[in-house]
Design a protein around this ligand. Structure first.
Ligand SMILES: C[S@@+](CC[C@H](N)C(=O)[O-])C[C@H]1O[C@@H](n2cnc3c(N)ncnc32)[C@H](O)[C@@H]1O
Length: 299
């Protein structure tokens, strides 16, 4: 079993030293460590000046209680990191609901953890369960597709709810930075399932929390709930469908985070298919995000 997320993160932070922005720099390196640029001295100076201007503008747009300190930016908060670069000014936004997410806890041997088809197939078969139904990896990929999207970074994700296949409902704050690796993701989800909420150490705000069902209770009154299923007979081009809905409603996208079966469409206003092919949840979400990013000119 993995250590609790906050503990691991702090340990990593201590090792790296308390240099400001260390976490953010590491992330950037992760993504771009192959790209080494040689820049003329003059250009460096110019970039530095522009960077300082942008940083000052960004700091001014962030509410006081969310700003970083001189010691370090927001990513340096102890506990769960959050995405500091996100623009959080209110704009027309969208909501995602992930349906039938498999995040079930089981005790295999002496240890409890989130059960998965890959690691616990024998245990699940012995219990008479179908391993194919235990796919936390689909939930991880789907959440990354939503939270890492430019759409979210531009502040257009209003809320993310995850409905688990054992009847729980999770509220995920859009500015949380999800663990990149599956193992750490499962460690975090285990913490959430057992403790019912997760917040940045020393902060009251809960970044993940279990909330009461039904999910519809948490949606705005003027929301349009659009369910996604390959098996729907209503095949649409998302580029045409979304503008036709209009700007006066909050779009709620309901996507399945399971391997097989259909989403619960009892509460959706529509059930659409967006491709002639069965897509993964992450691919389906990327399609939705791409259309919205083009519509709102998010590059
Ligand atoms: C791995 S699929 C689940 C497979 C399931 N047989 C289905 O089609 O609903 C995960 C989710 O992606 C979405 N999805 C996959 N292909 C799609 C398509 N062609 N059109 C709309 N949504 C799709 C659905 O929400 C689905 O629940």
């Amino acid at each position: 079993m993995v250590r609790p997320y906050a503990v691991k993160w702090l340990k990593g932070k201590r090792k790296r030293g308390a240099a400001s922005g260390a976490a953010a720099a590491e992330d950037a390196e992760e993504e771009h460590d192959e790209q080494v640029e040689v820049v003329e001295e003059q250009e460096v100076e110019e970039k530095k000046r522009r960077g300082e201007e942008l940083a000052a503008a960004a700091a001014a747009s962030v509410p006081d209680d969310r700003r970083g300190t001189e010691e370090g930016p927001l990513e340096a908060l102890p506990g769960l990191p959050i995405v500091a670069t996100q623009d959080r000014r209110p704009k027309q936004g969208v909501i995602f609901i992930l349906e039938r997410a498999s995040l079930r806890v089981g005790r295999v041997g002496k240890k409890e953890h989130i059960l998965s088809a890959d690691d616990d197939a024998n245990y699940l078969k012995n219990k008479g369960e179908n391993p194919a139904e235990f796919r936390p990896d689909i939930v991880h990929q789907a959440m990354l597709a939503i939270l890492d999207s430019p759409l979210n970074k531009a502040g257009r994700l209003q809320a993310l709810y995850v409905k688990t296949d054992d009847g729980e409902l999770i509220d995920v704050k859009p500015y949380v930075r999800l663990p990149r690796t599956f193992k750490r993701f499962c460690g975090l989800m285990y913490q959430l399932k057992t403790q019912k909420s997760i917040h940045a150490t020393g902060k009251r705000e809960k970044l993940f929390r279990m909330i009461k069902n039904p999910v519809t209770k948490h949606l705005p009154v003027n929301s349009r709930k659009i369910g996604f299923s390959y098996s729907s007979e209503k095949l649409v081009r998302l580029q045409d469908y979304i503008p036709a809905v209009g700007d006066d409603v909050t779009l709620v996208f309901v996507v399945g985070a399971m391997a097989h079966g259909k989403i619960d469409s009892d509460y959706t206003d529509d059930l659409i298919s967006v491709s002639n092919y069965p897509l993964s949840a992450a691919c389906c979400i990327s399609r939705i995000c791409n259309v919205l990013e083009q519509r709102w000119n998010i590059l």
